[in-house]
Ligand binder design. Structure first.
Ligand code: NAP
Length: 354
């Protein structure tokens, strides 16, 4: 094998994963295995990994590694070397800035998980059930940057769980302000991530840049598309981000002030019946229910609930009145699936439908 898998009569679109050896890259590889629309043709990573087989280069942590993928030779993240025109990026932000631009300049559509371009005015920041219309920014991006490709980003993993948990509340009741404290999984720090002596039996009450991302990215995600770009929404949010010894799954404890308050059953009904934008319906990676509400008083829990909807559903529980705000709730989502690779793949599926 020289760097592509499952070719022959396969009519699926060949795609590449940049940063394929890391935590998010591995989730991409797992989710793309057997995908009905996309064929994982190429994997790429840093010079440290390039030239090795994927099996040798990746410290594989995602179950059984498909043989054909294990034999792929890891390429460098160079648009002259990677042939696929749809490129999923799980690159470290230090590399993403220039590499993703180089791919877009060379004509590739880059679906990125890195923070590097998320807040650029001409780059869509998209959670497909929430703001698929923002993909129209690609036209502005192409005319401003003069490149034939595109960069499309998905939100930070903690932002994703908060944005999806609040989406139905915004649409049904209006949201005035939000307090959120997150309990974020170790895999959110990549692989090998947090040192074991810092993680085990401990809580680290600091994740660099995370609180700011929660406060800022929400304003773009919920913003309004205009001819000149995104008009950001005003949504006062105060965030506390904590790293906890959980393998996968970011939990967010939210207190929310609503424009129109409502009894808990009405709020739960709004959350559990929310389906998000119609454009997602029936797509391979779209969960039947983007937000699931559980009644049990001790749920959601990462160990029990993180894989709901193949890791693409946000699981919500403990919906109850708040004595200062209007309502309190707990939301959980899989950080490397819904908050990263799965979200990116769903973005690509939506782009194919528009
Ligand atoms: P990670 O485990 O550290 O993986 C980083 C990947 O980037 C590896 O494949 C690494 O390749 C590659 N890389 C590093 N420097 C490079 C360079 N100079 N040139 C080319 N490739 C390079 O990190 P991760 O957690 O998967 O995160 C990947 C991206 O997704 C980051 O931007 C992160 O902020 C974002 N993100 C992560 C999560 C999450 O839950 N982990 C969620 C949302 C977004 P080598 O193995 O060859 O070094």
């Amino acid at each position: 094998m020289t760097g592509s898998a499952n070719e022959g009569s396969d009519r699926r679109i060949p795609v590449a994963v940049l940063g394929a050896t890391g935590a998010v890259g591995q989730t991409f590889v797992r989710l793309l295995d057997g995908h009905p629309l996309f064929r994982l043709a190429e994997v790429a990573a840093s010079e440290r990994s390039a030239g090795q087989s994927y099996r040798e280069a990746a410290s594989w942590r995602e179950g059984t590694l498909p043989d054909a993928i294990g034999e792929l030779i890891v390429k460098t993240c160079d648009p002259e070397v990677v042939e696929s025109r749809i490129v999923f990026s799980a690159l470290d932000a230090s590399a993403a800035l220039s590499v993703e631009q180089a791919f877009a300049r060379a004509g590739a559509v880059v679906l990125s998980n890195a923070r590097s371009h998320r807040m650029d005015a001409d780059v869509p920041l998209v959670i497909p059930e929430v703001n698929p219309d923002h993909l129209a920014l690609i036209d502005l991006q192409r005319s401003e940057r003069g490149w034939p490709g595109a960069i499309v980003t998905n939100a930070n993993c903690a932002v994703t769980v908060v944005a999806l948990a609040l989406a139905a509340l915004r649409e049904t009741f209006g949201v005035r302000s939000v307090f959120v404290a997150t309990l974020q999984a170790l895999s959110g720090a990549g692989y090998p991530g947090v040192a074991s002596l810092d993680a085990i039996g401990n809580v680290v009450p600091y994740i660099g840049g995370e609180e700011e991302k929660i406060q800022i990215e929400l304003t773009k995600l919920y913003g309004t598309l205009t001819e000149s770009g995104i008009e950001h929404a005003s949504i006062p949010v105060t965030a506390h981000a904590n790293r906890v010894p959980v393998v996968n799954g970011h939990t967010a404890c939210l207190s929310v002030a609503l424009e129109r308050t409502a009894p808990v059953p009405e709020i739960e009904a709004a959350l559990s019946s929310w389906t998000g934008a119609d454009v997602c319906t029936g797509l391979p990676s779209a969960p039947e229910q983007p937000t699931i509400v559980l009644d049990e008083p001790n749920r959601p829990q990462p160990r029990l609930d993180v894989d709901a909807g193949n890791g693409m559903s946000v699981v919500i529980g403990r919906v109850r009145p708040d004595p200062i705000f209007d309502v309190r709730l707990v939301a959980l989502s899989h950080n490397t699936v819904r908050g990263a690779a799965g979200g990116s793949i769903l973005n690509a599926e939506v782009m194919g439908r528009l």
